[in-house]
Design a protein around this ligand. Structure first.
Ligand SMILES: [Mg+2]
Length: 108
């Protein structure tokens, strides 16, 4: 599935917002909450003796993705633009793949 297709399908279930500022705030709060749910699932696996529940983790990652789509919609950008910008940033930062030295001596 392409990012723009996902974004369009995901936003089919977004609540109507009066403006993009409200949509962006909703996305920011939702993204934080869903990232927390993902982290909580991992915490339970690592520290509470739960078995690795891949479907639960996929579900939470999907929730995170939904709010990323909402943030992109609020900013009037396609999700693929975010993906491309991130890859370009990482290529500049780690041209030969990750290295601890480059991470420690980062300019940004
Ligand atoms: Mg969730």
């Amino acid at each position: 599935m392409h990012a723009s297709d996902y974004q369009q399908l995901a936003m089919r279930t977004a609540a109507p917002e009066s403006d993009n500022a409200r949509r962006l705030i909703n996305a920011a709060l939702g993204l934080t909450g869903e990232a927390g749910e993902f982290a909580d699932t991992v915490k339970k696996i690592m520290f509470h003796g739960h078995t690795l529940d891949q479907p639960a983790l996929i579900n939470e990652l999907g929730d995170v993705l939904w709010y990323v789509a909402q943030a992109c919609t609020a900013l009037d950008i396609d999700m693929s633009a975010v993906m491309e910008a991130n890859v370009a940033k990482l290529r500049r930062r780690y041209p030969d793949g990750f290295s601890s030295d480059r991470s420690i001596q980062r300019d940004e």
